[in-house]
Design a protein around this ligand. Structure first.
Ligand SMILES: [Mg+2]
Length: 127
């Protein structure tokens, strides 16, 4: 099945306060559940890809448990709305991410990255 990679924070989870305290504090983004169910029904394999499972963000097992609990609580069912929950980039046909920059040229990428000056981030803190 063709894979679609779907980011969690800012794409499925509203993420209105950014990383905040590391919890899943918001409800889902409007339309996320229906769209994922529809893509799955159309024959796509949905991989939820999240940096929350990155080792720097508490233990990966705690984060996985929290995310799975949040997905369950909001009616996201494995096999119906998604197939994998991972921090590994899969060989997908499309990557849906609120922080993605679609590559056209390095010049265009450089221009778009000017919106994210490194000085606006706290060193070592997830954004
Ligand atoms: Mg995101």
């Amino acid at each position: 099945m063709p894979i679609i990679s779907v980011d969690l924070d800012g794409v499925i989870h509203q993420y209105s306060k950014k990383y905040h305290d590391g919890t899943m504090y918001d409800p889902p983004i409007h339309g996320a559940k229906e769209s994922l169910a529809s893509l799955t029904a159309d024959g796509f394999e949905i991989h939820i890809v999240t940096a929350r499972l990155w080792p720097g963000h508490g233990t990966a097992e705690q984060q996985r448990r929290q995310i799975e609990q949040w997905l369950h609580q909001h009616g996201f069912i494995k096999g119906t709305h998604y197939h994998e929950l991972t921090n590994n980039k899969p060989p997908a046909i499309a990557y849906i991410d609120d922080r993605a920059i679609e590559f056209q040229s390095w010049e265009q990428v450089s221009n778009q990255l000017m919106r994210f000056p490194p000085s606006s981030y706290e060193p070592g803190k997830p954004a």
